[in-house]
Write a protein that binds this ligand. Structure first.
Ligand code: SF4
Length: 355
């Protein structure tokens, strides 16, 4: 894809553009960007081998004890702009100004050589600058999930720009809405990457107390069917400035998880109050005994404390990771803890809106 773009931009700047000689590249670019503009970053989600390898390294690394790096949210947000710098560098320096750069410095080129299946080509790829860069990216993905995608990938940057403006979305027709939930559904990974890379879309001031109350009411029937209860202590008229749909999703995740992962006859407790200009929400539920290691990993993507239990409850272990992303995007904090080893509390704080 990047090569195709490079060929087109270079031909345009050199005055050598021709539809016939660039037909393959133009069709590739048009198809990928058209589909991205309609359905979002499908290439990253389903086709990219670079992305899949990073996922694989991160997944394998979770099987071994090692120190995970947590980049502070404000630094992470700034670092995510690096990929736009990479795009600008490639477009201006390499394509437009044609500044010569040794091909062996390209991690993509080296990746292509390493996966060529030709032993002499593969051995030539080692001991190059591009190989060192490739190693850095893959080692980084052991400590930070999708390290390269997150901070450096120029294609990812372009896809974000295109999919951010995508014109096809299922719109809810309020009067005819049957609350089927289709318009809310999106690939959870795409939702995550969108939340991580963009500010919450529609910031508005709304009453969190009311939203929490109505969300709890919507879960009451499900809780009763499972012989469970939800008890709440909600301070009225607490307002938040945020993306209401994301916060609704956050509350849904917390209640859904609490009900899923507790024994029947159990009671979920929800408390919402103010604390030093912050809104503090606690959601607690009885749970199996969780050790410190398990609790510290609850926000990891795809982490499951017990595979056998999760095969019955469903889900893909993304819920709390999404919750954390939503809270971070709203400049809040979320933690998990246990006070008696037989219950789990998710505690989060969000800035209170000034009215
Ligand atoms: S961000 Fe880049 S490396 Fe990551 S999945 Fe997308 S295209 Fe591949």
């Amino acid at each position: 894809m990047l090569n195709a773009l490079g060929n087109v931009v270079t031909a345009l700047t050199n005055g050598e553009f021709s539809f016939e000689s660039l037909a393959a590249q133009l069709i590739t670019i048009a198809v990928v960007f058209f589909v991205t503009a309609i359905w979002g970053r499908f290439f990253c989600g389903y086709l990219c081998s670079f992305g899949s390898l990073q996922e694989l390294f991160f997944w394998i690394s979770k099987k071994f004890p090692h120190k995970r790096i947590t980049v502070p949210a404000n630094i992470d947000r700034v670092l995510q702009y690096l990929k736009y710098v990479v795009v600008a560098f490639i477009a201006v320096a390499l394509w437009i100004m044609a500044i010569p750069m040794d091909a062996s410095l390209s991690p993509w080129g080296i990746f292509g050589m390493l996966t060529s299946g030709n032993l002499s080509v593969m051995s030539a790829a080692i001991f190059t600058g591009g190989f060192v860069l490739l190693l850095v990216f893959f080692i980084g993905s052991v400590f930070i999930e999708r390290f390269f995608c997150r901070y450096f990938c120029p294609l990812g940057a372009l896809f974000t720009l295109v999919s951010g403006k995508r014109f096809y979305r299922i719109q809810r027709d309020e009067p005819a809405c049957t609350h089927c939930g289709l318009c809310e559904r999106t690939c959870e990974l795409i939702f995550l990457s969108r939340m991580e890379e963009e500010r919450p879309a529609q910031m508005e001031v709304f009453c969190l107390s009311e939203l929490l109350t109505s969300t709890i009411q919507s879960f009451d029937g499900v809780a009763k069917m499972q012989n469970k209860q939800i008890s709440s202590n909600i301070q009225p008229n607490l307002f938040l400035c945020g993306d209401k749909k994301s916060i609704q999703k956050l509350l849904t995740i917390l209640l859904d998880n609490a009900l899923k992962y507790m024994p029947s006859q159990g009671v979920v407790t929800c408390e919402l109050a103010t604390q030093k200009n912050q809104l503090k929400l606690l959601v607690s539920n009885p749970s199996e005994t969780l050790n410190k290691e398990q609790i510290s990993r609850l926000f990891d993507r795809f982490y499951r404390t017990d595979d056998s239990r999760n095969s019955q409850t469903g889900g893909y272990g993304l819920g709390l990771s999404i919750a954390q992303t939503i809270v971070t995007a709203h400049k809040g904090k979320i933690t998990a803890y246990t006070t008696d080893e037989s219950s789990l509390t998710i505690s989060l704080t969000l800035p209170q809106a000034r009215l």
